[in-house]
Design a protein around this ligand. Structure first.
Ligand code: PAF
Length: 288
């Protein structure tokens, strides 16, 4: 595996692989790898001749009061893990390579970014994500890019910018990878002390409670959200948001009709965590 830090070197490596007929898969990351990241790398490895993993803690998607300074960083560990998954290139640029002096462009995806994490973290968050992802697509020019479904809103934002800007890349959303007790894997789980780690399981249990009700035929969003909310209450967790939204344009859903995204974010101990389930109405499951 090569570790590449500059855009010209990365472009040359991709171009050599393309000339040999390889398809190119990109896994954009901010490092601090866990099984969720590794599952994306495995999927990219299965599908492509060249696998590029980007490792860049993107400053523009963090707010002033967020954890940019303390975000877990261990490039040597990450590189060893990526190499073990058969990754060909780890693209680990520094901030000046991505945002040189005078950088003045920002990508804003309207409509999808004002709610959920956009409302809770601020507009800068998805502008930062959209801008860096667009840049990574321009630098690597992948055939396919792999994202985790845990960041469901991010997946929708990226799909929309790809569609709107006619970018020639396929977006693959890969399933959430969970710990044995259901906690969604996240680089931020390292912030949890033992007590917070135990309480954090309430997020998935809350989503499970709503999913079980939906499976039993409940369609009223307020009832579904209330079931999830009670589980969070019992764990002493006050969510930033717990909302049922359309899984395409993110409009608020009052009745489950087809498929919808139940998304939650909450601070648990020192970590701000997000999680989600896709709820499906029973008619969509053929009455099962
Ligand atoms: O999901 C992440 O790790 C980041 O938001 C991404 C897509 C790598 C952009 O910085």
């Amino acid at each position: 595996m090569r570790i590449i830090r500059t855009i010209p070197e990365l472009r040359a490596a991709v171009s050599d692989a393309r000339n040999d007929g390889a398809s190119v898969g990109l896994v954009p990351t901010m490092g601090a790898f866990h099984e969720g990241h590794l599952s994306l790398m495995r999927r990219a490895r299965e599908d492509n001749g060249l696998v590029v993993v980007s490792l860049f803690v993107n400053p523009t998607q963090f707010g002033a009061n967020e954890d940019l300074g303390s975000y877990p960083r261990d490039e040597a560990r990450d590189a060893a893990m990526a190499q073990a998954e058969g990754v060909d290139v780890l693209f680990a640029p520094d901030a000046a390579e991505i945002y040189p002096e005078g950088f003045a462009t920002s990508i804003h995806v309207s409509g999808l970014t004002e709610v959920l994490d956009g409302a809770s973290r601020g507009a800068h968050h998805f502008d930062g994500v959209a801008t860096v992802v667009t840049k990574l697509f321009g630098i690597v020019r992948p055939d396919v890019a792999y994202f985790g479904q845990k960041d469901a809103q991010q997946v929708l934002v990226v799909r929309r910018l790809v569609r709107d800007l006619n970018l020639d890349v396929r977006i693959e959303a890969c399933p959430i990878v969970r710990e044995a007790d259901g906690l969604a894997m996240s680089s931020r789980n390292v912030y949890l002390d033992a007590a917070a780690r135990a309480r954090a399981t309430a997020l998935n249990r809350a989503l499970d409670a709503a999913s079980a009700l939906a499976d039993a035929g409940e369609r009223d969003a307020a009832v579904l959200i209330d079931a999830a909310s009670r589980v969070l209450d019992e764990a002493g967790i006050r969510p930033d948001y717990l909302e049922l939204r359309d899984n395409d344009d993110l409009h608020a859903v009052t009745r489950l009709d087809g498929e919808a995204l139940l998304a939650v974010a909450a601070c648990v101990g020192a970590a701000r965590l997000i999680d989600n389930h896709i709820l499906r109405s029973t008619d969509l499951k053929g009455g099962a």
